[in-house]
Design a protein around this ligand. Sequence first.
Ligand code: DX5
Ligand code: ZN
Length: 227
Amino acid sequence: MPRAIISPSVLASDFGHLNAECKRMIKNGAEWLHMDVMDGHFVPNITMGAPILSCVSKGVPGIFMDCHMMVAHPERWVNDIADAGGSLYCFHLEATSEPLLLIDAIHERNMKAGVAISPDTPSTAITDEVADAADMLLVMTVYPGRGGQRFLDRCVPKVSELRARFPHKDIEVDGGVGPKTIGPCADAGSNVIVAGTAIFGAEKPEEVIALLKSTVETAQAKAAGRS
Ligand code: DX5
Ligand code: ZN
């Protein structure tokens, strides 16, 4: 089983103090930082791009930037994000017709490659070939575009389906995840947990991060006991 990783989404942070916010999360136990890149095309919102990520990687040495690319034409930004210090480049399957070529281009630039699916995309849209080439699969549990939305339970079965097909792959969930909704995500087999509002909005983020992580680890131990 791949290990539990918590990736706070900076979309819920104070962007005016982005580097300090990232450092604060690392101090509180976060291993990755989830950077939501939105381009105003794939989704209506615009957030940040490579220039900002570059400042973060310089200001927070050693940071693992889990870049969630909610962009049209994701092939366009691979070099810029790599130059900015991106660690993982996760594109939406809905935004490209050449996922395998894109994964190769991402690996060429020494980043991990992630493949995301929006709520209306079935898990079967991720072929075995694409999943085998990718390092991580992301099952969105809200429609991409905004933080603070309600968790969509109906996306959880896709996590179970993908976990059954790919027992060793990193599987991330993103959107409306927090202490109240982590249970089904962990039981379904996700091991990389994104949470924005639930972590940044908490009085004690370290407790939320620890709880999310231990819930995944407990579910993994239970699943291992069954097999
Ligand atoms: C939604 C983003 C998510 C979002 C998560 O488009 O991809 O990463 O910021 O935030 P919460 O946890 O607040 O739903
Ligand atoms: Zn995201």
